[in-house]
Design a protein around this ligand. Sequence first.
Ligand code: PLP
Length: 228
Amino acid sequence: MSSITANLQAVRQRIAAAARAAGRPADSVRLVAVSKTFAAAAVREAAGAGQSDFGENYVTEGVEKIDELRALALTWHYIGPVQSNKTRLIAENFDWVHSVDREKIAARLSQARGADRPELHVCLQVNVSGEASKSGAAPGEVAALARKVAGLPGLKLRGLMAIPEPTSDERIQRGRFAQLRALRDELNREGLGLDTLSMGMSADMEAAIAEGATMVRVGTAIFGERKP
Ligand SMILES: *Cc1c(COP(=O)(O)O)cnc(C)c1O
């Protein structure tokens, strides 16, 4: 068995165990395999092992893989920072965008998606750790942004995403993820109907699943260490 196939099995087991511990069904957590920096061949191998959702951080690199692997009919998630000059490429090639954090970007994605395509699934990225350098809307700005994005044609607002500051302290990890879930619940009390919490990566997926993650974005634990 290839290492990617074995790693995928191990990650699926971690997800199932974390879901079980939280009293949730294993299929309530969708695995997005983050293939950034890895070649299309690695994606092809993971797809052969039954993986269908893939995440990319860099637009040009992602679009190259999407083109090369078109025949596999995979689902592609854009999870990196969105620059306004890249919104067209993203809207034309990806199925999901997890990292919308301002209205201008959402409006450009909406315009570029076009009415003839299925809606682009959108999550709003929230800066739950309050780090100055991180992308993501401030928690206090998310409700207003969500109302605007929910009204844009071509986009389907699905939920919230966060990348908390790295820490090995599980209490802190869970606190950040709980913050994102509470924010989602607050928006749903307004009737926004958000069904997605995109949170948890290789090092903290258990904490995220314990706090309600419906999508985990996992790179290293599947494809190995990335070259700097
Ligand atoms: C790279 C990346 C991941 C995957 O991180 P790993 O620690 O390798 O699992 C998840 N989400 C985002 C936004 C990323 O940039």
